[in-house]
Design a protein around this ligand. Structure first.
Ligand code: LRH
Ligand code: MN
Length: 420
């Protein structure tokens, strides 16, 4: 389903007046609209269908049946918000049979390929060695070699698609005390990552994604930011830590982790989502919007200190799973929440904050942050969309145009997308 720009302008025309009234009230902050317009968030190929848990999955119909339809759906999202101009593939769920054709198809929707994701957390049909007891940590060199080769294959697919990074998330670890020699597991993993690192094209990045628990429940071999930083420092200048917001122990101070990884020039990017308990992979900003704002506050502070380009120098990706919502509506909400947090953080008066901090004026510090967080920046985010020819209200467009019904009409009500 391709969205015609005429449909978008028919949607916007009746909404313009009210929008301009709201936007005019934020006169002073117009400067950040350009930054918002440039800020793009990659969409995960594995989150375009309905997700589930071990207890059940309730598919909603019209889901993409193959990589081509996944690209079409990201193209649709980008037509509505002009903020999702790339797709992050997961291999082997999304192997591009004809990379050239796939690259052209993506380009026809104005899309490029963001980070590639490897998968050594599942055994594929016909796979020689099992990853039951881990992949790169495994005591068996043949298993480690298999995992190394898979990651090299993923890089090669990415090169053909024009991607410039690989995210390595390892489910490796242990579930019972005594099961694992932690040091051997770390060294096997580092040695294996080094073999993969050697195959990175010079302009590529490797993102080492950490996770505190699941599917292992006693130790994870890349279990926290410190371990990920250790790997990234030992691997070399093209390796960075990747922060998935749902991969922390309860009440971890993620904004402090972000600040320090940026300081060490080892922050590679994000998997945005939200959670109340574990790796819930919920809609971004749906549970802890203030934490998301505080993370962007540290990001802007750290990136500006190093003169980094907000929209291109870090990997901005969503990693969510939609158990009860329409996947495309959920992704539209997540992109909106990320842009709102970015806009609020851009409103923070950093000079004033610096002065208040030097005076230990704690109340003033909090007031400066909460004033920005409590500013309704949605008209700024909407204006950025309008200027790029997107919909003023993407969810309203999606519903008014009965997009899901049309997708069900095209694809059927029982289609299941590959992914989690
Ligand atoms: C692991 C993870 C990782 C992906 C997977 C789909 O929890 O966050 O980033 O490979 O989800
Ligand atoms: Mn993730």
């Amino acid at each position: 389903m391709k969205i015609d720009s005429k449909l978008i302008s028919d949607h916007n025309d009746p909404l313009i007046k009210a929008h301009q009234n709201r936007f005019s009230s934020l006169e002073a902050n117009k400067s950040i609209v350009d930054k918002l317009a440039a800020f793009q968030i990659a969409i995960p190929s594995w989150a375009l269908g309905t997700g589930g848990t071990r207890f059940g999955r309730f598919p909603g119909g019209g889901e993409p049946r193959n990589l081509e339809e996944k690209i079409e759906d990201v193209g649709l999202l980008n037509a509505l918000n002009q903020s999702s101009n790339s797709i992050s593939l997961h291999i082997p769920w999304d192997i591009p049979e004809d990379p050239k054709k796939i690259r052209e198809l993506a380009a026809s929707f104005g899309l490029r390929f963001d980070a590639m994701n490897s998968n050594t957390f599942q055994d594929q049909p016909g796979q020689k060695h099992s990853y039951k007891f881990g992949s790169m940590q495994n005591v068996d060199k043949a298993v480690r070699q298999q995992a190394i080769q898979h990651n090299i294959d993923v890089i090669n697919y990415g090169v053909e698609l024009g991607s410039r990074s690989i995210t390595v998330w390892l489910s490796d670890g242990s579930t019972f005390p005594g099961q694992l020699n932690f040091r051997d597991a770390f060294e096997n993993t580092l040695e294996s990552l080094r073999e993969v690192y050697k195959n990175l094209p010079p302009d590529w990045k490797m993102f080492v994604e950490y996770k505190a628990f699941e599917p292992n429940f006693y130790s994870m071999t890349v279990g926290d930011w410190g371990q990920s930083l250790l790997y990234a420092q030992k691997l070399g200048p093209q390796a960075f830590a990747l922060v998935d917001l749902g991969h922390h122990l309860p009440n971890a101070n993620i904004e402090q982790i972000v600040s320090l990884l940026l300081m060490e020039e080892k922050l590679g990017g994000f998997h945005f989502n939200d959670s109340k308990y574990g790796d819930d992979d919920l809609t971004v900003g749906s549970i802890r919007p203030y934490q998301l704002f505080l993370i962007f506050n540290e990001l802007i502070d750290g990136m500006d200190r190093r003169g980094m380009n907000h929209s291109t120098d870090l990997g901005w990706m969503i990693d969510a799973s939609h158990n009860i919502k329409d996947p495309l509506e959920d992704l539209l909400q997540s992109v909106e929440a990320i842009k709102i947090a970015y806009a609020q953080a851009l409103l923070v008066d950093r000079n004033q904050l610096d002065v208040a901090r030097r005076q230990n004026d704690v109340v003033k510090c909090q007031e400066i942050l909460q004033n920005a967080f409590r500013t309704d920046v949605r008209p700024l985010v909407a204006e950025a969309r309008l200027r790029k020819g997107a919909a003023l209200d993407p969810i309203k467009f999606f519903r008014d145009q009965k997009v899901r019904d049309k997708l069900i009409g095209e694809r059927g009500s029982k289609t299941l997308a590959t992914g989690l």
